[in-house]
Design a binder for this molecule. Structure first.
Ligand SMILES: *Cc1c(COP(=O)(O)O)cnc(C)c1O
Length: 354
């Protein structure tokens, strides 16, 4: 069962041998009230007080709260400057540039491919099939000894759907590398997070974020949950102060509200349902795909025309025509009820044209 041993053995040699940067705050263990070790300004900044000290490199206090919230031990948590930082760090640890490969399942989140390319890691693409589900057989067929990671996004961006649990389980069980399961939108989904599966699947890395349901995209706070050995390596490679003090403070302050957010999310799902129905009633809309996220993928008669029209009215949506087979798709985030109404009013005008 234990795959982690093998995975750790195949980590890049330079990373295994890396002696990580040791910051002033890492080296001192104990209690003190005079800090003359880090060349900070002891007077601070009058205009912006309370930020004169370097933040905790391992965000111990914030991780303790996340541990209590997610019911997972602190040693299994990594915090990144957005999930995007976690994605990049995974490439830098587990993939040798110019040699290794990863598998992604388009249409999906663009950062996997961008990060792979920046790190000179080859990508094998196995497109989603039947209602945007994973093509498990073809994924397994495409695994080679060079394959180090498989990226699965569930609920998937930009299609909005959850992946079938049995597909994720099958892939994790059959693959000897890391399965990166991106759960950025899991709070909006009826399915459960895979967090409780970490105990049995030690090759799983789960990504979550404060950016979506958490309403804190501006903080840049992403979470990765994985086996302690994976987390140790991620901590070793990350920039020493990757999470700034403001984000740590705000993240801490936000957690009690996340714990009680179930009702808000239920209301939000009601809004998603209503917007999906309203959109479906329009003549300019061909199909609204089912969504487990906070956005809708909408097939239009003419996506470009609708996009341009909405832009002129000051409404920005995402044209995903280039990444969806047969094209003509907009990805529309659920806004406030007023924003959704404004969107609908504009699209109705397209219907009434001619
Ligand atoms: C928005 C999003 C994220 C979150 O990225 P952050 O860097 O944490 O803001 C991660 N994965 C997917 C699929 C997303 O759509």
């Amino acid at each position: 069962m234990s795959k982690i041993f093998k995975i750790i053995k195949s980590v890049r040699k330079n990373i295994i041998e890396l002696k990580p940067y040791s910051s002033a705050r890492d080296e001192f263990k104990g209690k003190a009230d005079v800090f003359l070790d880090a060349n900070e300004n002891a007077y601070g900044n009058k205009a912006v007080p309370n930020f004169n000290r370097y933040p905790d490199p391992l965000q111990s206090e914030l991780k303790a709260e996340i541990s209590d919230w997610k019911k997972i031990s602190k040693e299994k948590i990594f915090l990144g400057n957005g999930s995007d930082e976690a994605i990049d760090i995974l490439f830098r640890i587990f993939c040798t540039p110019g040699k290794d490969e990863v598998i992604i399942c388009p249409p999906t989140y663009g950062m996997y491919e961008v990060s792979a390319t920046i790190n000179d890691v080859k990508i094998k693409k196995v497109n989603l099939i039947n209602d945007f589900q994973l093509d498990v057989k073809r994924i397994l067929k495409n695994i080679s000894i060079k394959t180090k990671m498989i990226f699965i996004c569930s609920p998937n961006n930009p299609t909005g759907n959850l992946m079938q649990e049995k597909s994720i389980l099958k892939i994790s069980a059959s693959f000897n590398g890391l399965v990166i399961l991106d759960e950025a939108y899991i709070d909006f989904a009826p399915g459960k997070s895979f967090l409780n599966k970490l105990k049995v699947l030690d090759n799983l890395v789960i990504l979550q974020t404060f950016s979506k349901a958490g309403g804190l995209a501006g903080l840049r706070l992403g979470m990765a949950f994985a086996n302690e050995k994976v987390i140790d390596l991620m901590n070793k490679v990350k920039p020493p102060y990757n999470i700034n003090q403001f984000s740590i403070d705000a993240g801490l302050k936000s957690i009690p509200a996340h714990k009680k957010s179930e009702k808000l999310i239920r209301e939000f799902i009601g809004m998603r349902k209503k917007l999906a129905k309203d959109l479906n009633d329009l003549k300019c809309v061909v199909e609204v795909f089912p969504s487990d996220a906070n956005f809708l993928l909408v097939k239009m008669k003419n996506a470009k025309k609708a996009y341009d029209y909405l832009s002129r009215k000051g409404i920005v949506v995402r044209d995903r025509s280039s990444v969806i087979k047969d094209g003509n798709c907009l990805r529309i985030t659920i806004g406030t009820s007023q924003e959704n109404k404004k969107l609908m009013d504009c699209l109705k005008k397209i219907d009434n044209e001619k």
